[in-house]
Design a protein around this ligand. Structure first.
Ligand SMILES: Cc1cc2nc3c(=O)[nH]c(=O)nc-3n(C[C@H](O)[C@H](O)[C@H](O)COP(=O)(O)OP(=O)(O)OC[C@H]3O[C@@H](n4cnc5c(N)ncnc54)[C@H](O)[C@@H]3O)c2cc1C
Length: 385
């Protein structure tokens, strides 16, 4: 029997959309060669509607804030459905200024945050160090964003796979080689093992690879491009402790001589350090220079980082769009819906995307989010520059 929907791509976006659609009554199949091992595996897990607010991106802030508000109940429901914990932490975020010029940029940013009604305040160096004793004495102050939280994205993937299994979603390990479009309607997909799958509905959620699969006419393809991010995982060990290092409680972001760096501390003692922003196509190499820059800038803010054990280096590809809004909803081809282009905020946008996409697939419901993130809107953006 044909499933009601076939989802191409089992990262956070595909898996969460699958789970919600399944709960709402659809028969769902997801296809992915390596479930959860794409960009979602590399992410740091920051849930940062405030500290990811950039000038001119008010609509991005709006959807990011809406998704952040959904996180606590999404996590509660998922943890119950999967019997797994996902490491959601509501400790806030500090954005630290490395020197006086960084302070000037950040105090201006606080004004922008406040003009959007976001919970953001400037705090002096002594107050920042009182809240977070692991910070260097040389810092020039910080933004306190109490509402920016974090989740362990790898545990989130694992919980979504388990919740899907329990709910009866079909998870097929394989790669879609081609979309079969006939008479302007999407009929089926061909897999690399020769199998052919049919449905009346398809969801394209293949992240940065969403426009690399043959068969979809060029004007309909989502225009996502890869933005590379290098990152590292470190661990606070008993040796770190005996060397006097203090493990941070807050998520630390910083501007160091105009360059961004972040450190996301997990309860387990893991810390995610990231991330570069590089336009280098599909290259995922980790370079000595990339890592050096991250560690050097991080040490300015949190000197204790040099005592942590380095356990992993990795690079991933953010599925970016012009304007930095995701592409959600109807594609222009009957039967094909799109959910991709989540750029820097795909972990944060997982609950909102899953909700609006599953409502659209099950009931044809068009929320304000689909209007803001429609593929048509993107095309207008592209035409205007
Ligand atoms: C260094 C870094 C740090 C980040 N930190 C954060 C953060 O702190 N907070 C945040 O909100 N976001 C963060 N992001 C962004 C976030 O990771 C992405 O927006 C999000 O993971 C995108 O999810 P996705 O499901 O669309 O893509 P993916 O996770 O890449 O999933 C796409 C899936 O499609 C599959 N696929 C590809 N081709 C095919 C095919 N032909 N057939 C079938 N399946 C296919 C892939 O195997 C993959 O599993 C970060 C990204 C990077 C690189």
């Amino acid at each position: 029997m044909k499933p009601d929907v076939i989802i191409v791509g089992g990262g956070l976006i595909g898996l969460a959309s699958a789970w919600k659609s399944r709960i709402k009554g659809m028969a769902v199949t997801v296809v992915d060669p390596h479930f959860g091992k794409g960009t979602s595996h590399v992410a740091a897990g920051m849930l940062a509607p405030v500290t990811e607010a950039h000038y001119g991106e008010e609509e991005v802030v709006r959807i990011n804030s809406a998704s952040a508000a959904m996180y606590p109940s999404f996590v509660e429901e998922l943890e119950e459905a999967s019997s797994q914990q996902v490491g959601y932490r509501d400790t806030g975020t500090l954005v630290v200024a490395g020197d006086p010029s960084d302070r000037a940029a950040l105090t201006e940013l606080v004004e922008f945050h406040q003009s959007l009604g976001l919970d953001s305040e400037w705090i002096a160096p002594t107050e920042a160090r009182r809240l977070e004793p692991s910070l260097a004495p040389s810092i020039a102050g910080a933004i306190l964003a109490q509402g920016d939280h974090q989740v362990d994205n790898r545990r989130l993937i694992s919980a979504l796979i388990e919740a899907n299994r329990r709910a009866g979603t079909e998870l097929i390990t394989g790669s879609v080689k081609e979309f079969e479009v006939s008479k302007d309607k999407l009929k089926g997909v061909l897999l690399d093992n020769g199998a052919r799958l049919e449905s009346d509905n398809f969801l394209l959620a293949a992240g940065v690879w969403s426009n690399t699969i043959p068969g979809i006419p060029e004007p309909v393809q989502p225009t996502v491009r890869p933005v590379k991010g290098q990152s590292a995982r470190l661990h606070f060990t008993s040796a770190s402790h005996s060397q006097g290092a203090i493990f941070p409680r807050y998520t630390l972001r910083a501007l160091v001589k105009g360059v961004h760096v972040y450190m996301v501390p997990r309860e387990s003692g893991e810390m995610v350090l990231g991330a570069t922003m590089e336009e280098r196509g599909f290259d995922t190499s980790v370079t000595a220079g990339g890592l050096y820059e991250l560690l050097r800038n991080a040490r300015q803010i949190f000197p204790g980082i040099t005592e942590l054990e380095l356990s992993e280096t990795i690079a991933g590809l953010r599925p970016a769009t012009p304007g930095n809004l995701p592409l959600l909803g109807a594609s222009g081809i009957p039967g094909l819906t799109i959910a991709t282009g989540h750029g820097r905020n795909g972990v944060l946008l997982t609950p909102l995307t899953a909700e609006v996409i599953s409502d659209y697939l099950t009931k044809g419901e068009l929320s304000w989010v689909l209007e803001v993130c429609s593929t048509d809107r993107y095309k207008q953006d592209a035409q205007s520059g």
